[in-house]
Design a protein around this ligand. Sequence first.
Ligand SMILES: Cc1ncc(COP(=O)(O)OP(=O)(O)O)c(N)n1
Ligand SMILES: Cc1nc(C(=O)O)sc1CCOP(=O)(O)O
Ligand SMILES: [Mg+2]
Length: 512
Amino acid sequence: MREETLHHRPIVWSIAGSDSGGGAGIQADLLTFADFGCHGCTAVTANTAQNTTAVAAINAVPLDALTSQLLALQGDLFPAAIKIGLLANVEQVNAVAEFLRTLSKSDKVPVVYDPVAVTSSGGALTEDSIGEAVIEKLLPLCDLVTPNWHELEWLARASVNGAAQIASAAQLLRNCGCAAVLVTGGHGELVAGEIADFLSDGSGADWFVSEKVASENNHGTGCTLSSAITACLALGYPLRDACVVAKAYVQRGLRLGNGDKIGVGAGPVGHCGWPTELRDFPEILLPGEERARFYEYSPVGGGNAFVKGFAATDSIRLGLYPVVDSIDWLQRLAELEVRTLQLRIKDPGDDLREQIAQAVSIGKQYDLRLFINDHWQLAIECGAYGVHLGQEDLQSADLHAIQQAGLKLGISTHGFYELLRAYRYRPSYLAIGAIYATDTKDMSGQLQGVAKLARMARLLPDYPLVAIGGISLERAADVVATGVGSIAVVSAITKADDCALAVGEFKRILEN
Ligand SMILES: Cc1ncc(COP(=O)(O)OP(=O)(O)O)c(N)n1
Ligand SMILES: Cc1nc(C(=O)O)sc1CCOP(=O)(O)O
Ligand SMILES: [Mg+2]
């Protein structure tokens, strides 16, 4: 079933309350799903009576009215992801949990729960007594829970005052069985002028920091964020990519939606389409940077002090970029007038130093942009043009030494989150992969495709970007059409029947 929904416009469910004022709840969710190209279905839990100034009534729907909606959807419109918002009473929590448990037996559908229980001002939106049922029955079924600070206090039964307490309360929720917690920070500032969301899951913790937008139209931001995350999960995005794209969507809505005057109170946040501008995306807080201490952020293995700004390449379009594993290949490609090259030696012998020194010397002879993969110490010692590092190398490599030695730095990224994270270092170029499936390296689960590549490239139109992974001559034109100025290839060159012909064809496509 899930396979089917992924091949067409993904179906996303919202199990939530209707907002008669049209700013939050089901109404905000449907607008959001549509902006992300998803088909939204709804199971209404309550017909709230509200406007931009107050919530007058909740009006829970009877239990059979809720379950009949869920069963109707299950029978025909199977979801690629489910968002849950307002649940009005314990019976609804139990019924939804039971329904999800049964559903998960046939298919694994990502579930995002936005515990719409406390308004921004601290007012109750549901019966407080649902807390216990939520913790015991619902949280263990959730892939992500997105409480604001008030809701975090309510669910974790702990007071939350400051970054360390947010992190430990999020851990308490994870201990209840939900896979991940995103604590939304729209209601308070740990650092003046900054809105920071905290994500905690099995692979670690992150702070996503955005500039505070002083918009009068901020009603429905929580619903919009959680439904945007759900839509991205339905599109197959990994959790961190879904979170940063959704946060950018809300930021864009706050920024562009501020002009509208709807109602006399807090108007609805804008729903303004896919976020296409880098300024709307959050900054990923990095361990070792100065302001990390305000967020009490020092993850295990966080590594060295943060270093930013690496030597620029002479052009932002690096052209054809073969990645090879021998001096012979370097020499051959240099003679074919390839200018950007990488030496990627994965099984070094005793002569690694000599190989890198020889590569650097060929690089100087042919005026190459020659990057050394992984072996940054030897690259510095041999005076290489540049080094290429993966995300996991960023913690262990001495970036300060690379910067001080004047070496160029390229960083691998796989998706929006890693792209934003790597961009914080302002490297000489950013590589985006894997665009297509490849036999050269196991990249399963990290495939981007050209549509996503185009979205990423649009965020950084003036930055050197390199696309890598499964790029053949036949696919090169589609890749170039996304706006990236460079194509990195292994097998399309090293396994080509006629290497010189392949080089010529790639160059032609890139230059066109
Ligand atoms: C241009 C370019 N992009 C990405 C990579 C991959 O680098 P990394 O993530 O460090 O993985 P390994 O190459 O070390 O397996 C690359 N080498 N070049
Ligand atoms: C080494 C490497 N890194 C990738 C990444 O996405 O980071 S993809 C990749 C393999 C590229 O080889 P080919 O051109 O033969 O597909
Ligand atoms: Mg590497």
